[in-house]
Ligand binder design. Structure first.
Ligand SMILES: [Ca+2]
Length: 430
């Protein structure tokens, strides 16, 4: 059991890493082209790729891939060792939760989400009544996972997963995904050129891994194929189906921000450590606006966990089973909170009330582009001002922070933005 849970922890960390790659650092492309050239890598393979693939044939057949299809899908398959570099990449920079949230839930994404709610109103209404999940929550998942279908990754899945099946750690896991990719093709849901995604195999509007796709994708537009790459209806319904199968309770909230009485210790409390809502009321907790906890369909027995993602001095939330359903979509509390909060914003709620415990709060994507434009003006080679903060931008920010007498954190936060704005204002006065 312990080994199993360690494995799932590893999967979770790894999934949040791949989502971080896509959502935070990934390049945005609305019509991904299949990569024909292999990215460069200095990785030295331990196995001969072709013999490894030949050796996986019988396993694939036991997993339900026909022998002729296995030969078809692997005939011209070449390795791409850049995915092993991605697998082995250890980020030197750990992103604080306020940076995730300010980039994932900014005015732009709220506005785009509202536009999507309107544009897909009819299908969302049917999805919502079929699965019992609010349209705003489905759209929030879509917005955080793929920026409403904009971010799709560029790795051909068979190539990426074939390589990961033969090299590096976690080959057994990736073989499962490799064979699942083949079964999706074999079933006729998608064509090979549509199966392009992240280096680790998450793809389409919903960023499902192939095994999740097999388990939870649904054909909602009725054309007989589960197409989460080109059918928005299938993608939205599959998102709702995911949440429902992971325990979504219709008519219940995910949670809300609370006020904890001063002096009350919250050490040991967590999302998992749930207690009856009456316990929390008894401790003197209220909603952040001062109203009692008990509202709507909640009862005094409803289990709730207290979650303080930045410790007792930052925002604190009471979360219910629906938060866990969102969490299972992408096992990282920061992402689950981004989805939950974005769904609230789409329902008309305001920002999180309590300030994050930092002197340097996060920036929206518009503000990140502004920071990047300052850096470009100062001659840094950071590519386009796309609001995505990668290693080059971080390095340039560090240099500028040092020049301006700030701590070299490399973060695109409010402090460096303010310093740039002030410097520009001074230069205009001269
Ligand atoms: Ca379909």
């Amino acid at each position: 059991m312990l080994r199993l849970s360690l494995f799932f922890t590893a999967v979770s960390l790894f999934n949040s890493q791949l989502h971080a790659d896509l959502v935070i650092n990934g390049s945005s492309t609305s019509s991904p082209a299949v990569q024909t050239t292999t990215a460069s890598s200095n990785y030295k393979p331990n196995n001969n790729f072709q013999s490894c693939i030949a050796g996986l044939r019988s396993q694939a057949i036991s997993a339900g891939v026909t022998s002729s299809n296995y030969d078809l899908y692997t005939r011209n398959l070449t390795p791409d060792y850049s995915v092993i570099d991605k697998l082995n990449y250890q980020p030197e920079f750990s992103t604080p939760i306020w940076d995730y949230l300010s980039g994932l839930v900014d005015d732009e994404r709220v506005a785009k989400g509202r536009e999507m709610l309107k544009q897909h109103q009819n299908v969302l209404q049917r999805v919502s009544s079929s699965y019992g999940v609010p349209a705003e929550t489905v759209v929030a998942v879509w917005g955080v996972e793929s920026n409403f279908g904009d971010i799709s990754g560029k790795y051909p899945l068979l190539q990426a997963l074939g390589t990961l099946s033969c090299e590096g750690r976690r080959q057994a896991y990736f073989r499962g995904e490799f064979f699942a990719t083949m079964r999706i093709l074999q079933r006729g849901d998608l064509r090979q050129e549509q199966m392009v995604g992240s280096w680790a195999g998450a793809f389409g509007h919903t960023q499902f891994m192939p095994s999740t796709y097999e388990e939870l994708a649904v054909d909602f537009d009725g054309d007989g194929r589960r197409d989460l790459v080109s059918s928005t209806a299938d993608a939205l319904a599959s998102t709702a189906n995911f949440l429902k199968k992971r325990g979504w309770q219709t008519g219940m909230p995910w949670g809300f921000e609370v006020k904890v009485p001063s002096g009350m210790s919250i050490s040991g409390e967590s999302r998992r450590n749930k207690k009856a809502l009456s316990y929390w009321s008894g401790q003197g907790l209220t909603r952040v606006d001062g109203r009692p906890l008990l509202q709507g369909n909640l009862t005094s027995a409803t289990p709730a966990g207290l979650m303080a993602p930045s410790g007792p001095n930052g925002p604190v939330f009471l979360v219910f089973k629906n938060f866990d359903a969102i969490y299972s979509y992408n096992a990282a509390e920061s992402y689950a909170l981004a989805i939950a909060h974005l769904s609230d914003r789409l329902q008309g709620a305001g920002p999180i009330q309590t300030a994050w415990p930092t002197p340097d709060p996060g920036t929206s994507r518009a503000e990140r582009r502004e920071i990047q434009n300052f850096l470009l003006k100062r001659g840094y080679d950071i590519g386009a001002a796309d609001g995505l903060i990668g290693d080059k931008t971080r390095q340039a920010i560090r240099t500028e922070q040092t020049r301006l007498g700030l701590a070299p954190s490399g973060r695109a936060g409010q402090q460096i933005l303010k310093a740039f704005r002030e410097e520009t204002a001074r230069m205009m006065l001269q």
